[in-house]
Design a protein around this ligand. Structure first.
Ligand code: TYM
Length: 332
């Protein structure tokens, strides 16, 4: 059986990177796989979250997924803390994965920065919880943006070590699914930096909650250079901001970059940007309106997540029982 698991941290605005790198791909995949999509609230608290904001953001990310076209009846949609087996398996993985593996995680180094001693233990052990998220469902495929690749390699290593330590073939080795024209969307202000929720400048990203005027303003202000669109991909080799806008256009229109480049070759970026504004508003506008409508009815979102959690628990609990038997824990 082919099963997908993927998750988003409810830590602030959903942005175009989350949408193009992950959620838009999930919408395509939901017809080919059994899918489980999760608001990973337990990952979120590895850095401080205001409790009220966390609740609101969890609902908003769920609203964003549904508004983008994820069908909550067909797929399992829930928040992580409602399914205890994630944290229970994560403890077992804390005892399987090695310190050396976690020490190599670039995301921990980036997030902890110079204050490593002051980072939470949870932030360090974060990748083990992520491995547990995936493997508690024996998921075979994990669609993510490029920034999650290293964590997925760790999940595979952990599954493999568990299997070999206990002499079993219990866990599958999950495959990353990283595809599309925008697997790494960059900041609109600096083509060397990833678009992220934590960037101080709101002009660096397009939020899924931005209205049409804001989207237009941010794209018009996006950094570019003085040269026109080239006619070959090599022509964008040292023009990261231009390459980023091209990738965004291609992903929003479900085309590849060379086709879009051929359409705009020789034209100025000011012209390209105004077409990008039209495209972005036409794709993101309806999602934004639907998110607003859903957010006006939080009890409906909560009911969707509770139902999703019931379904998730029904899959996860028997897998956790098997893990406990393999490890040798006595069970009630
Ligand atoms: P998170 O919440 O940072 O991001 C959610 C998804 O969006 C993708 N993404 C991007 N893709 C392209 N360009 C960008 N600038 C960009 N920024 C974010 C991410 O790659 C991700 O797919 N650790 C994960 C959450 C997680 C998870 C999991 C994912 C927890 N458990 C299990 C998959 C499976 C994270 O922090 O994603």
């Amino acid at each position: 059986m082919q099963r997908i698991f993927s998750g988003v941290q409810p830590t602030g605005n959903l942005h175009l990177g989350n949408y193009l790198g992950a959620i838009r791909n999930w919408v395509h995949l939901q017809n080919q796989y059994e899918c489980i999509f999760c608001m990973v609230d337990q990952h979120a608290i590895t850095v401080w979250q205001d409790p009220k904001e966390l609740t609101r953001n969890t609902r908003e990310v769920a609203a964003g997924m549904i508004a983008a076209g994820i069908d909550p009846d067909k797929n399992v949609l829930f928040n992580q803390s409602m399914v205890p087996a994630h944290a229970q398996l994560a403890w077992v993985f804390n005892c399987v994965a090695r310190m050396g593996w976690l020490n190599r995680m670039t995301q921990f180094k980036e997030k902890a920065g110079k204050h490593k001693e002051n980072a939470s233990v949870g932030l360090f052990a974060y990748p083990n919880l992520m491995s547990a998220d995936i493997l508690i469902y024996k998921a075979t495929h994990v669609p993510v943006g490029e920034d999650q690749k290293q964590h997925l390699e760790l999940a595979r290593d952990t599954a493999q070590k568990f299997n070999s330590d206990y002499g079993t073939a219990f866990f599958p080795l999950p495959e990353p699914l990283i595809f599309g024209a925008a697997t790494r969307v960059m900041s609109l202000r600096d083509g060397a930096k990833k678009m992220s929720k934590s960037d101080e400048s709101d002009y660096s990203r397009i939020n899924m909650t931005d209205d049409a005027d804001t989207i237009a303003l941010k794209i018009r202000k996006a950094k570019t250079d003085l040269f026109p669109m080239p006619d070959t991909v090599e022509g964008l080799a040292d023009r990261p901001e231009a390459a980023n806008l091209l990738g965004i256009y291609a992903a929003l229109s479900d085309r590849d970059k060379t086709a879009v480049m051929a359409q705009f070759a020789g034209r100025q970026f000011s012209e390209f940007k105004s077409e990008l504004v039209d495209l972005a508003v036409s794709v993101l506008g309806p999602i934004n309106a639907e998110m607003k409508r859903l957010m006006a009815e939080p009890s409906h979102i909560d009911a969707v997540l509770r139902k999703g959690a019931e379904r998730a628990n029904a899959i996860a609990e028997p897998i956790l029982k098997d893990v406990y038997d393999i490890v040798g824990f006595l069970r009630p």
